[in-house]
Design a protein around this ligand. Structure first.
Ligand code: AMP
Length: 499
């Protein structure tokens, strides 16, 4: 069945894992990058998230290195912890039959747990530049055995100021290594990195399709210029206050709208006039779920790496289709479902038509929320209930987790330690080596949280998490003694009860 992957030169242990993932044929980048990578050609590839680039280089790493070595033989550098953990997850899945062990090391998470992982032995290390440098510096990561090096999203690593760390690390990895560099853009910095750090790299570029994620539904609402704010409020209410980014055309509109939204929901804002430290703080809060709504300008939102945005609202419809496509691509990432809604004044309708023509996709007109069809329920992106933590207010009982093949673990980490729902899920995935499908809903409490994990992996997860330490203490974990209650959301939305 996987003959097309085998034709690229991949071994059966890798193609079988691809089959287990449901991959039936290579993506264009895999078709180009895998044969060149297997031959050991250095590579400079222009490819974005969603093209299958991770599968391309991960399958090369797994084919070209032997599992079970004392020192890591492959090092993957990625700009953010989110990307590093996504990559680790794919490597983990693709190594199902090869026996390679992988470890993710990134900032913002317990270094002790990561050190333990490295000490246990990892063939493939995936990490952010700062943490990788730190681990090498501490003598916990030995780079002298690295024969395969990947720079993923190289442009973003440079944008984020990691150039010095990259140089430092590259100087410590053997010079005769095989290097693969992936970048969404060909900025001068990236070109310089490719020219200076690789040997005669083969250059690969794949077309990115129309850039619209598959799971994204696009709508527009015809809105009078002075009526947008009410429409936005009603829309957000109607959708159950999803995790959303609202794009405005100007900084002053960002400020004004944020002020008006304050009090109706938990909202943060970023624009180019804010100091970088403040922007980063806002982004951290948005990422960890401290608020649901981010109001932003395009400039400030460049390089945002948030994967679980349900909805993008164009409060101001951008004039050019490229910006439209770029903005809405922030929802429905990583194969999730999502919604994009644009508020369009009557004389801006041509912008919708231009965006449709440029992207080859349909933007459906929807009625104004409430005003035209009070009974209408808009497509709710995240319909599934989320486990409610017992510390939260009472809510109607819901279905038991077991019905869906999941059980619930109670884990001694929570809001007080800076965790949000997604970082709790990430903690479980990273430390227990579980995939997306094995971790379900999360109920966040201040000092402990409930997390659904698949029954088949629960014992293993308990064992792995109980070995973790935070702040010098073991992380407590056990199967939840009683079933948690459910409600439709835990994101601080109004206590509306279950839908
Ligand atoms: P990436 O561009 O590496 O972030 O991958 C995007 C998504 O495509 C991931 O969820 C992969 O699991 C998936 N994927 C990668 N290669 C294939 C393939 N050949 N067939 C189907 N899905 C794939």
């Amino acid at each position: 069945m996987n003959s097309s992957f085998e034709e690229l030169g991949l071994s059966k242990s890798v193609t079988d894992a691809m089959e287990a993932l449901g991959w039936t044929e290579p993506t264009p980048i895999q078709r180009e990058a895998v044969p060149a990578g297997l031959e050991g050609r250095d590579m400079y590839a222009r490819a974005q998230t969603g093209t299958g680039k991770t599968g391309a280089y991960a399958s090369v790493l797994l084919s070209r290195t032997k599992p079970g070595s004392r020192r890591p033989s492959a090092l993957v550098m990625a700009p953010t912890r989110e990307l590093a953990s996504q990559v680790t997850e794919q490597v983990y899945r693709l190594s199902k039959y090869t026996g390679h062990r992988s470890a993710a090391i990134y900032g913002g998470a317990s270094i002790d747990a990561q050190i333990r992982m490295l000490r246990r032995g990892a063939d493939i290390v995936v990490g952010t530049p700062g943490r990788v440098r730190d681990m090498i510096d501490r003598g916990e990561l030995d780079p002298s055995g690295v024969s395969e090096l990947v720079l993923d999203e190289a442009d973003r690593m440079l944008d984020m100021g990691f150039s010095e760390e990259l140089d430092w690390i590259l100087d410590r990895v053997p010079a005769d290594r095989h290097t693969m560099l992936f970048s969404a853009t060909a900025s001068p910095g990236v070109r310089e990195l490719a020219a200076g750090r690789m040997r005669d790299p083969v250059s690969i570029s794949v077309s990115e399709g129309n850039g619209i994620p598959e799971g994204l539904s696009q709508y527009y609402i015809s809105a009078p210029r002075g009526g947008k704010r009410e429409i936005l409020f009603a829309l957000l209410e109607d959708m159950g206050h999803p995790k959303a980014i609202v794009f405005c055309g100007t900084k002053s509109m960002v400020d004004l709208l944020t002020e008006k939204l304050n009090g109706t929901c938990r909202v943060g804002s970023i624009h180019g006039d804010m100091p970088q430290a403040r922007r980063e703080k806002v982004m951290r809060s948005f990422r960890n779920g401290s608020f649901d709504l981010l109001v932003a300008t395009d400039v400030a939102a460049r390089g945002l790496d948030i994967d679980d945005v349900d909805c993008v609202v164009n409060y101001d419809m951008p004039p050019d289709p490229e910006t439209y496509v770029h903005r809405i691509g922030r929802a429905a990432r990583a194969g999730r479902a999502g919604t994009a809604v644009s508020l369009v004044t009557p004389n801006e309708v041509y912008r919708v038509e231009n965006a449709e023509a440029a992207s080859g996709s349909e933007i459906i007109r929807m009625p104004r929320p409430r005003a035209e069809r009070p009974e209408r329920k808009m497509k709710v992106v995240k319909e599934e209930p989320i486990v409610q933590h017992p510390e939260a207010k009472a809510a109607p009982a819901g279905p038991a987790a077991e019905a869906s093949g999941m059980t619930v673990l109670e884990i001694g980490i929570g809001r007080a330690e800076g965790f949000g729902r997604s970082s709790v899920a990430e903690f479980v995935r990273a430390n227990a080596g579980l995939g997306d499908g094995d971790v379900g809903r999360v109920g966040l409490g201040s000092s402990s949280s409930y997390v659904e994990v698949s029954i088949a992996r629960a014992a293993e997860a308990v064992a792995a998490i109980s070995r973790c330490r935070r702040g010098g203490r073991r992380v407590e974990v056990r199967e939840a003694p009683r079933k948690p209650r459910y409600k439709d959301t835990d994101r601080g939305r109004a206590e509306r009860g279950a839908a």
